[in-house]
Write a protein that binds this ligand. Structure first.
Ligand code: FES
Length: 146
C-alpha cells in the first residue's frame, strides 16, 4: 500500500486543522468500520458563503489528508456548492487513495454534510440535495441505522 505524494503532503502539513468558536454549524461523525471520529466546524456568512472551516479528527493518515483537502475545497464556496465536494472529488484531488483506505475519506464528506445539516437546521433553511446525516454522533441512538 502506498500513499500518493499529495496524501503524504496533506498528512504532514494538514490545512484547516483546529476548531472554530461559536461555529455556524458543526458536525461530528464516526466511521463504522474503524471507530474513528471526525468533527467539522463552519463559519458561514449571511450570504451562505463558507468563510472558514476547521476540522478535528481521531483518524488515520488518510482521514487527515482527505479532511485537509476537503476543507480546502469547500472554503469560499456557498453551502449549496459545498455539496459538490464529494469524497470522489477529494480522492481525485489527492491523486487517489489505496482501496482499503477509501472508507476513511467518507469521514470528511460525512462530517461536512453533518455540519451543513446543523447550519441548515439552526437557520431554518433547506440545502437542496443535502440528506440528514446518518452517523452524526450527536443524534439520538434510536435514529441510527447501521
Ligand atoms: Fe479510521 Fe482511516 S482507519 S479513518
Amino acid at each position: 500500500m502506498a500513499y500518493s505524494e499529495k496524501v503524504m503532503e496533506h498528512f504532514t502539513n494538514p490545512r484547516n486543522m483546529g476548531e472554530i468558536d461559536n461555529p455556524s454549524g458543526v458536525g461530528t461523525v464516526g466511521n463504522a468500520q474503524c471507530g474513528d471520529i471526525m468533527r467539522v466546524y463552519f463559519d458561514i456568512d449571511n450570504a451562505g458563503i463558507i468563510r472558514d472551516v476547521k476540522f478535528k479528527t481521531f483518524g488515520c493518515a488518510a482521514a487527515v489528508a482527505t479532511s485537509s483537502m476537503a476543507t480546502e475545497l469547500v472554503k469560499g464556496k456557498t453551502v449549496q456548492e459545498a455539496l459538490t465536494v464529494t469524497n470522489k472529488a477529494v480522492c481525485e484531488a489527492l491523486d487517489g487513495l489505496p482501496p482499503i483506505k477509501v472508507h476513511c475519506s467518507l469521514l470528511a464528506e460525512e462530517a461536512i454534510h453533518a455540519a451543513l445539516w446543523d447550519y441548515a437546521e439552526k437557520n431554518n433553511i433547506v440545502i437542496e440535495g443535502l440528506k440528514k446525516p446518518k452517523s452524526d454522533i450527536h443524534e439520538d441512538e434510536d435514529e441510527e441505522d447501521y
